[in-house]
Design a protein around this ligand. Structure first.
Ligand SMILES: [Zn+2]
Length: 270
């Protein structure tokens, strides 16, 4: 599933050939995505796209009197192709840009969506309920501490709640908790503020590192080769249950927490 770093990498990869350019043609081959592709999409021909923003795992493209809202769902990707490149299976939408490249949406499972929001996108219900961006100024240890008081939920589930902070998927939650030395099962409301400072710092670090590594795949957007897939990161705990901890050598333990697989080190995390 595309996580926040993949979406941010997509934004950076497509922006130079989409933002500031006009939409010359819209081709929709499949309208049935998570929601039906609105006919408003075809009405955007001739309009210029503004600066592309990301909010959580949504991409927002200002155009005409509103914004295009994209979400990649479980298996979606946006890539740039040369004009005339034949569509592959599951290439559902093309925006032919005046930059002479095609912005092409590919999604085998069709859980992604594109919608047109007229007016202020911040008022849209899908965006209004979201917590702060993990790499933004509104996020930090104080925010996590404040939001966690009185919460009995496990800290891992707490930081994966998009109303608390957006974009902390299962991999990043597991890795950040390891770096911060916090047991994923610990009750969110019983963690001290100094430990939340370390956790917020760790969340920023793992996400920033993933975005940084995504930068090396940007050339793929131009040529149309490859996709913004899963970045090969050096993972300390995720997917390493039963293997030795890289720090203390103890066997990493696998558990299920909030219906998600979780791995942690019983020596380093408490
Ligand atoms: Zn350890």
């Amino acid at each position: 599933m595309p996580e926040l770093p993949e979406v941010e990498t997509t934004r950076r990869g497509i922006a130079p050939w989409v933002a500031g350019f006009e939409i010359n043609e819209v081709i929709v081959r499949q309208r049935q995505l998570r929601i039906a592709v609105p006919s408003a999409l075809e009405e955007l021909v001739g309009w210029r796209v503004g600066d592309i923003a990301r909010r959580a795992k949504y991409l927002l493209m200002p155009v005409a009197h509103g914004h295009l809202l994209w979400h990649l769902g479980m298996s979606g990707s946006l890539r740039l192709e040369e004009i005339g490149t034949p569509p592959r299976k599951h290439d559902h939408i093309d925006l032919v840009m005046s930059s002479k490249l095609v912005l092409r949406y590919h999604d085998p499972r069709r859980f992604g969506l594109v919608d047109f929001i007229a007016g202020d996108p911040c008022a849209d219900r899908r965006l209004a309920s979201l917590g702060p961006e993990p790499l933004g100024d509104d996020f930090g240890g104080a925010h996590l501490y404040r939001r966690s008081r009185g919460k009995r939920v496990a800290v891992k589930s707490f930081i994966m709640d998009s109303a608390v902070v957006v974009g902390v998927g299962n991999i990043y939650a597991a890795e950040a908790l390891f770096l911060a030395g916090i047991d994923p099962r610990r009750e969110a409301g019983r963690i001290a503020s100094v430990r939340y400072r370390r956790l917020a710092e760790a969340i920023r670090r793992v996400l920033a590192a993933a975005i940084e590594q995504g930068g090396t795949t940007l050339r793929d957007f131009v040529s149309g080769r490859g996709e913004p897939g899963y970045f090969v990161q050096r993972l300390n705990v995720y997917g390493r249950g039963g293997q030795p901890c890289r720090v203390c050598g103890r066997e990493l333990r696998s558990i299920t927490l909030g219906q998600r697989a979780s791995v942690y080190c019983p020596g380093c995390q408490r």
